[in-house]
Design a protein around this ligand. Structure first.
Ligand SMILES: O=C(O)CCC(=O)C(=O)O
Ligand SMILES: [Fe+2]
Length: 165
């Protein structure tokens, strides 16, 4: 994955541009463990409500119980469980750096009536002091910046407290 970041994810950027913009080797990885107990009324509850991840990318390992859904073409689509595969989400920081060329994925999780679902996402994020904004190589008179540049820690504060960015 860091290799993909190094190569600029197909944005036509030079080697390492994205990786350096995210703090280079200072990129931080945070493992979260989600535990979704069985729910008697899965029709009434969600595991995690719809959101995008504030990270740059998220690498997620689920157990075998399906539940992750992504929003695409105006509807929720179930993500199939593929043994030994990881799921990679584009997060908000890649959307911002790419000036919206890549979109962070809106996703949510459902719960299961009988089975425990678990997932282990690793959020890969820039250090809090890193200023993240649209890359100057991707901004022009025709494509003005669509996002403010701000420290990642300030972005995270606004996101967690549901404040405007
Ligand atoms: O459990 C999942 O598959 C996704 C969890 C998630 O979206 C999150 O923790 O941010
Ligand atoms: Fe998420």
């Amino acid at each position: 994955m860091l290799m993909t970041l190094s190569r600029g994810l197909g944005l036509g950027l030079g080697d390492h541009v994205l990786k350096e913009a995210l703090g280079g080797d200072g990129l931080e990885q945070l493992l979260k463990i989600n535990y979704y107990p069985p729910c008697p009324r899965p029709d009434l509850a969600l595991g995690v409500v719809a959101h995008t991840d504030m990270s740059a990318i998220t690498i997620l390992v689920p157990n075998h119980v399906p539940g992750l859904q992504v929003f695409k073409d105006e509807r929720w689509i179930d993500v199939n469980y593929v043994p030994d595969a990881v799921i990679v989400h584009i997060g908000d920081q890649i959307e911002i750096l790419s000036n919206g060329i890549y979109k962070s994925v809106l996703h949510r999780t459902t719960v299961n009536k009988e089975k425990v679902r678990m997932s282990w996402p690793v959020f890969c994020s820039p250090p809090g002091e890193m200023v993240i904004g649209p890359l100057q190589q991707l901004v022009s008179d025709e494509s003005p910046p669509k996002y403010k540049a701000k420290k990642y820690k300030d972005y995270a504060y606004c996101k967690l407290n549901k404040l405007p960015q």
